[in-house]
Design a protein around this ligand. Structure first.
Ligand code: ATP
Ligand code: MG
Length: 391
């Protein structure tokens, strides 16, 4: 008897000709996520992926595999030869094991016959297996409508028995939809935005702005910690750290105070676009949400957006803060995001920031600055930090 993790993938299966390309990517990412545990065999067949788990801790394997995008659900299962007597015994043994773990009074068997040469049809398999289990465990009853436990029997290349289906995050395998550059702050929103775009198959790089020495080393550490959590889903992440202070000083000197936030956000976008160009990223991603703060009004977003030509994705644009917080808790970034840190945006914070900036007015203010030189200097002084999946 072999212990395996059955991995189901959804949307990928619809990709027709690209199917095998998507499957290969998926298997590669499963393997990468498991690397720190050892070299587990990952293989495929009949529209499913299997991870051989003999000798490994089931929970640890699941915790890592479930983070791979493209997976709809997983089931820890036993695989063995397609012999009826063996199936009966395995089903009974599995039931006994589960009854020790949980209070189970009722059950139902559901069978699937992928291998059509198997002599029994699925309803009959269910009936026979159910009958055998009932016969050997006195307290159990069958409940076909609302059972405490579903016992699944799949007849494929082997016979498989399992009783748990654990939901994955869905989405598409990493690297099947280009590469994005996320503007990653230490806040709640941008890590969620990065995660959402990675879920749709985008590889992720990050750019982070600080105002050192006005902001501390700890603020940077926090972003690295967030990237480490993201890396478990998104793979290795390169963080481009940019000191925005020289630019902020210049804006502070030469532009109206209330325009500080919006003008520095335009610089953030311009610098990010240069980095994206150098690193062959196809899009910028931000954690902006409509109306959330003064700089995220429709006018604010319009002025920010105008700074660049590259597509800017804002996956949180229509989400409420509570919904964003829910996701950040689910993906485990929340606790780190809420640690106190100084944001570069709070340096030279205007007392009353403009909430309805006009593009022509902003462009006029910007004309007091040597934008191109400031952007180039910022890019030249970038410090790159590599965050790896295994840390
Ligand atoms: P977050 O929670 O992501 O920090 P926020 O609600 O604080 O977002 P803003 O400060 O207006 O909103 O920032 C909007 C977006 O701009 C962020 O989601 C992020 O993508 C980007 N951004 C802001 N500050 C930084 C920074 N210091 N480094 C990199 N990107 C930043
Ligand atoms: Mg912020």
């Amino acid at each position: 008897m072999k212990k395996v993790l059955i991995v189901r993938y959804g949307e990928i299966a619809l990709k027709g000709l690209n199917k095998s390309y998507f499957e290969k990517k998926l298997m590669k990412h499963i393997q990468a996520n498991l690397m720190d545990l050892g070299k587990l065999r990952v293989h495929q067949g009949g529209g499913l992926v299997y991870v051989d788990m003999d000798g490994y801790d089931e929970d640890e394997v699941i915790e890592r595999v479930i983070k791979v995008f493209g997976i709809v659900s997983v089931s820890p299962a036993y695989g063995f030869e397609k012999d009826l007597d063996v199936i009966y015994e395995a089903a009974l043994e599995h039931m006994k094991k589960r009854m020790k773990e949980d209070t189970i009074k009722t059950f139902k068997v559901e069978s699937r016959r992928g291998d059509k040469s198997f002599k029994m049809k699925s309803p009959e398999i269910s009936r026979m297996v159910g009958g055998y289990v009932l016969e050997h465990s006195k307290d159990l009853k069958v409940d076909i409508h609302n059972p405490d436990l579903m016992l699944y029997v799949d007849i494929r290349d082997k016979a498989y028995i399992y009783s748990k289906k654990i939901a994955g995050h869905g989405g598409l395998p990493l690297g099947t939809n280009g590469k994005a550059l996320i503007l990653l702050s230490g806040g709640i929103d941008s890590p969620v935005a990065a995660w959402m775009m990675a879920k749709r198959g985008m590889n992720i790089e990050a750019v982070h702005y600080h105002s050192y020495p006005f902001t501390s080393e700890r603020a940077k550490e926090k972003v690295i910690d967030l990237a480490r959590i993201l890396a478990k889903y998104c793979g290795n992440i390169r963080i481009h750290c940019v000191n925005l202070l020289p630019i902020q000083k210049e804006i502070n000197e030469k532009c109206p105070e209330e325009e500080m936030t919006i003008l520095s956000r335009r610089f953030m976008m311009k610098i990010a676009e240069k980095v994206a160009e150098n690193r062959e990223c196809n899009a910028l991603v931000t954690g902006e949400s409509l109306g959330q703060v003064a700089s995220q009004t429709i006018q604010g977003l319009t002025v920010t957006n105008d700074a660049v030509d590259l597509p800017v994705f804002r996956p949180l644009i229509a989400l409420d803060k509570v919904d964003i917080i829910d996701i950040s808790k689910r993906i485990n970034t929340y606790e780190t995001s809420i640690l106190p840190h100084e944001d570069c945006c709070t340096v030279f914070l205007p007392r009353r920031p403009v909430t309805k900036p006009r593009l022509d007015k902003m462009l006029k203010s910007e004309s007091n600055l040597d934008v191109q030189r400031l952007v180039e200097e910022a890019v030249e002084n970038i410090e790159v930090i590599h965050v790896s999946i295994e840390e």
